[in-house]
Ligand binder design. Structure first.
Ligand code: SAM
Length: 283
């Protein structure tokens, strides 16, 4: 059932993007071609057969996870999606809780539409080094990894603070054969600086971890000096809370940001090039 709802939402979002926003996508294409073309590709669903095969494989993995009722022990880290916040984080005094894989897949994973967009973005933008903050069970990491595999180069370092979740994601990514994705276990605040030192400079950052205002700004600030010119940052769940809305607005106003685009729940920032031209779009 969940899968059918996911498919329906995917179709609706795709049509919306395709019909209502075409002129803005064209305009983005002229300023940032990789981003514009990836928006076009998701809007028109114009994936080739190899790309569609990967998307299907990842969605098969999601379906399997949605039906996996095994529980794992999970540490509380940053604010996550709605059910985590209301049912656990506000009330519980424990540092860990038991959570089924099905629930993690359902409430903490990027949906098919968002995953397809990230996949397409990586295909067009072709980063050499990317970082993901918040692996969870590895659905979005799989979308990134599949695109990197098709690109034939590039790597993604994805960070997850909950030990058992990180281990689960690592196994699944290896089962899918996505060797360009490396899962690092650790809290962002503890490991991010070392990762940037070791693997930087970076071209790409996907922020999908601790959904608090200050945490989001801090992670962005830590990564900013390690970006190559023209870097791309995607922030998920920008409307999740007042804090996230403020964080998104704050990030858009950084002088290093050339373009800010909202794509449903995601915010996309393109960092400056030499022209220093700034523009904000809402799709
Ligand atoms: C929304 S989920 C990530 C979903 C994943 N990107 C996807 O779409 O498949 C956020 C993850 O970030 C992790 N997380 C939150 N705060 C963290 C922190 N401070 N350090 C490390 N991991 C953290 C949580 O354990 C959770 O698994």
């Amino acid at each position: 059932m969940n899968w059918y709802i996911n498919q329906l939402v995917h179709l609706i979002l795709q049509n919306y993007l395709s019909i209502m926003r075409r002129h803005r996508i064209n305009s983005i294409c002229s300023i940032e071609p990789a981003l514009g073309h990836s928006l076009e590709q998701v809007a028109n669903n114009s994936f080739n057969s190899k790309e569609l095969k990967w998307i299907e494989q990842i969605e098969d993995y999601r379906r399997l996870a949605l039906n996996t009722t095994t529980s794992i022990e999970v540490e509380y880290l940053g604010a996550g999606h709605f059910p985590f916040r209301s049912r656990y984080q506000k009330k519980s005094t424990y540092n860990t809780h038991q959570r089924t894989i099905a629930k993690i897949a359902r409430y903490s994973s990027t949906q098919k539409f968002g995953g397809s967009f990230l996949f397409s973005l990586i295909r067009h933008y072709q980063p050499t080094v990317g970082i993901e903050l918040g692996t969870s069970i590895g659905i979005s990491a799989s979308y990134h990894g599949a695109a990197l595999a098709l690109n034939g180069f590039g790597k993604l370092i994805t960070i997850e603070g909950a030990n058992n979740i990180a281990e689960y994601a690592r196994n699944q990514l290896s089962r899918l054969g996505l060797s360009s994705v490396m899962v690092v276990t650790g809290r962002f605040e503890d490991v991010l600086k070392d990762i940037l030192k070791k693997y930087g400079p970076i071209d790409y950052l996907f922020i999908d971890g601790d959904h608090h205002f200050q945490a989001t700004i801090n992670y962005f600030n830590i990564c900013l000096p390690s970006f190559r010119p023209h870097g791309i940052v995607v922030v998920d769940d920008i409307y999740w809370s007042k804090g996230m809305r403020n964080a998104w607005r704050t990030l858009c106003n950084y002088p290093q940001v050339k373009i800010g685009i909202t794509l449903f729940t995601m915010g996309i920032l393109v960092l400056q090039d030499l022209q220093g031209l700034r523009k904000l779009y809402r799709l």
